[in-house]
Design a protein around this ligand. Structure first.
Ligand SMILES: [Zn+2]
Length: 438
């Protein structure tokens, strides 16, 4: 990863909730940091990016991605995953620990950070496993993981099935000030379900995963966050009940936050009538009532941020009968367009709130103190996007190694224009389209 870049972004509408700014201005990044923000900035001999007509925001952070390295490099690796992030307008990603080996030792954190340094094009923040091997038997050495660079601990992909072990792990985590990112799923209640339990699972004859499987863990984890003092972040919240539980816990002052994925705020279980495995993910797409509750949660601040849960899978993981297909969809390269199309243009969020949920909130939750803001001295990470660009999603053009998206062919309004990391333009839509037409 290149650092200490210098560039001048001119003429855009700068939307930065961290300093209550929404105005036409230039942004100068010098030696990797924001040096100046204002009108008519002059700087000689620096790269200039004309952002006239576009939105200029603090770099977007996707706090939930699966980069698949180490262990599953045929699905994705740090090089391809960070290129996909840049192409999607993200300047930073946090990667989940369900790799092989699991991120449960400082050695694996070191490996990821080294690879990101060598081949990554955006910032990569590793998330450590909360228990050894994500098995929920022995607590991971959280202190060493944090010392090596873990920004959070998580049980993503598995959930913590033993409440006692989780409680002890959270007690231990309080000493290091990192949040717990919860994959809320009671595996016994989820049984062998492959989709949301409801009208459509009965209609299609597929095993259902009840909302209760998620909600039981959301409620438990809110209670354990209160008991132990370790903040709990609910990953990929999907049900109306979960939103209600988080809302109530927040009202009581519990340190709890939540993220929602673009697929959960856009799609419902009605999509599964095609038996297309690109609609299979965990947690599953739920009912329209649940989707409406997610939108309400975004509106009233119960849901703090948007994260893709980018989960690449190879063709043969998905091209099998529905019950046998792998769970998960990719999302880095469609998240911003879906957020504009489904939230901004449908009046769920305004621009300021959208930037807050894609840049400021993730920086705050993960304590990335120099990110999520374009104040002078902060990291020179900038996302430039056009909320009105009309695009057609074409998975063949993705930088990701995988193609498991449910949105291929969708026409959406809103798209990233340029991604700037530490003052370097790491992706630029105009340069990319020129290369494609050559
Ligand atoms: Zn998960």
């Amino acid at each position: 990863m290149k650092r200490n870049g210098t560039c001048l972004i001119t003429g855009g509408r700068v939307v930065d909730p961290s300093q209550d700014l929404d105005d036409r201005a230039d942004v100068l990044v010098r030696n990797g940091r924001v040096a100046e923000i204002g009108k008519g900035i002059k700087a000689d001999g620096v790269e200039i990016l004309d952002a006239t007509g576009y939105i200029v925001a603090p770099g977007f952070i996707d706090m939930h991605v699966h980069l698949r390295e180490p262990g599953f490099e045929h699905k994705e690796d740090i090089a391809s995953g960070t290129r996909a992030a840049a192409r999607g307008g993200f300047t930073s990603v946090a990667c989940m620990p369900n790799t092989n080996p699991v991120i449960d030792t400082p050695g694996v954190i070191d490996l990821i950070r080294m690879r990101a340094e060598e081949v990554g094009v955006v910032n990569v923040f590793p998330i450590g496993a909360i228990t050894a091997g994500l098995e929920c038997k022995d607590i991971a050495n959280i202190g060493l993981l944090v010392e090596a660079g873990a920004v959070a601990v998580s049980d993503d992909g598995k959930g913590s099935q033993d409440s006692y072990v989780l409680r002890r792990a959270l007690d231990y985590a309080t000493m290091f000030g990192v949040p717990y990112i919860s994959h809320a799923e009671d595996k016994r209640l989820a049984a062998d379900g492959v989709m949301h339990e409801g009208h459509y699972s009965i209609l299609l004859g597929l095993g259902g995963i009840p909302s209760a499987a998620e909600e039981v863990h959301v409620a438990r984890n809110a209670i354990l966050a209160e008991l132990t003092g370790t903040p709990c972040h609910i990953a990929h919240i999907s049900s109306a009940g979960s939103v209600r539980i988080v809302r109530e816990a927040k009202a009581r002052g519990v340190a709890i936050t939540a993220e929602v994925t673009p697929h959960h705020f856009t799609l419902t279980d009605a999509c599964l009538t095609t038996y297309d495995a690109n609609f299979k993910m965990n947690p599953p797409l739920r009912s329209e009532d649940d989707r409406q509750a997610l939108l309400d949660g975004l509106r009233d601040g119960t849901i703090d941020c948007i994260a893709s849960d980018h989960a690449p899978h190879a063709h043969n993981d998905k091209q099998v009968e529905f019950p046998y297909a792998a769970f998960g969809v990719i999302g880095l390269e469609t998240a911003l367009s879906l957020a504009c199309n489904e939230l901004l243009h449908k009046g769920v969020l305004d621009l300021r709130e959208l930037v807050e949920k894609m840049a400021c909130a993730p920086a705050r939750i993960l304590s990335l103190k120099a990110k999520g803001s374009l104040k002078k001295g902060m990291d020179g990470d900038v996302t430039v996007f056009d909320p009105d660009a009309e695009i057609t999603v074409n998975a063949d053009e993705f930088a990701s190694k995988s193609r498991n998206t449910p949105f291929n062919g969708w026409k959406l309004r809103g798209a990233p224009i340029a991604t700037i990391v530490a003052g370097h333009v790491v992706w630029n839509a105009r340069a990319a389209s020129k290369a494609a037409s050559r």
